[in-house]
Every structure is written in C-alpha cells, then in structure tokens.
Ligand binder design. Structure first.
Ligand code: PRP
Length: 182
C-alpha cells in the first residue's frame, strides 16, 4: 500500500465487482436504443474508470472526452464550471450520451454538463459515477448510475488525485491527513 494512504476504502476486487454490475445495468438499459452510445469521459480523474467500464459494456460504444474545472486555486468555493476541453462533434442529437465521472461532490460539474450538452443539441444525456459523496451536495443532482456512495473522506487512487499524485493507484484509498495538512 502507498505510504501516504491511511487505509484502502475500496479494493481492486470490489471495484471490479462494482464496474461489472454497472456495465450490466448500462447494457440492459441501452440494448434497444436506436441511437449510438457515446461514453463521455471527464478528464482527468475518470480516465481509469472509463477504461475499465468501456471494456465491460457489451453494446457498441463510441468515446469522447471533455475537461472541465470547477475549482479556483484548488479550493471548492468558486462554484463555477470552466470548460477547458470541449466536445467538438456535431452529431450529439444522434447519440445517447453517458457522461462518465470518477466522483460527484457538490454536483456542480455534472448538473452543469448535463444542461450544457442539451443546449448543444443532445436529447439523451445520462451520468455514471464510480463514487458519490451525497453529503457534499450544493446543487440537487442524482447520478443515473452510481458505483458506491461514500462518506466525506479525502480519497485518492483509481484516477483520483491530490496535487496530481496517486491517480495510478489500483484501489481507492483514504489519504493520510498529514499529507494535506502540512
Ligand atoms: C473532480 C471530479 C469531478 C468533479 C466533481 O474533478 O473528477 O469532475 O471534481 O466535483 P463537483 O461535484 O463538486 O463538481 P477535478 O476538478 O478534481 O479534476 P480532475 O478530474 O482533473 O482531478
């Protein structure tokens, strides 16, 4: 285990089970759709979850990427969402869009993106997140698919970072407070 991690919250085996379950739900729900399923990965934290999820979904998928930033200077107080990398394709109305996130916190990113994509012409927009912290919500938002709800722990790994570190850990771990309290 990484020396900065206090304890593992979700190990590799449980993550694997979670993603298998979500992929089956997505397969079931989109099997009879007449649109193409587009998985929209929100960089950077979702990249590991996206990579595993897309391998387990058996209906045909296309993939695309956006990058947004909701926080100023690392704090979570700004409340605004900035688009850093936009989606360029013009066929959003022909797709079932499934936004793929690693974690929902205030809910601002996904509620903003859902509306943004609809304004760009998307008719079918749903969301999937590996982790959800409902206790942190600032705007009303419920993901369509959720891996696991967690308490307000400082979690890293499986794509999630602190100061760009720990993203490659194969599990979700709770960071030692001494790491971010210095
Ligand atoms: C995290 C996460 C979501 C967002 C969730 O991204 O990946 O995109 O914050 O928070 P919210 O519900 O309060 O909007 P972050 O800005 O840390 O970027 P990263 O994925 O590149 O690390």
């Amino acid at each position: 285990m990484n020396q900065d991690v206090e304890r593992i919250l979700i190990d590799e085996e449980e993550i694997n089970q979670i993603i298998t379950r979500i992929a089956a739900e997505i397969d079931r729900d989109y099997a009879n759709s007449n649109k193409r399923l587009l998985l929209l990965c929100i960089l950077k934290g979702s990249v590991v979850f996206m990579g595993e999820l897309m391998k387990k979904i058996t209906v045909p998928v296309e993939i695309d990427f956006m990058k947004v930033s909701s926080y100023a200077n690392g704090s979570k107080t700004s409340g605004s969402v900035n688009i850093i990398l936009d989606i360029l394709r013009k066929d959003l109305n022909e797709c079932d869009i499934l936004i793929v996130e690693d974690i929902v916190d205030s809910g601002r990113t996904l509620s903003y993106l859902t509306e943004y994509l609809k304004l760009k012409g998307a008719q079918s927009v749903k969301t999937v997140t590996l982790l959800d912290k409902p206790s942190r919500r600032e705007v009303e938002f419920t993901p369509d698919y959720c891996g696991r709800e967690i308490p307000d722990f400082f979690v890293v790994g499986y794509g999630l970072d602190y100061a760009e570190k720990y993203r490659a850990l194969p599990y979700v771990g709770i960071l030692k407070p001494s790491v971010y309290n210095t």
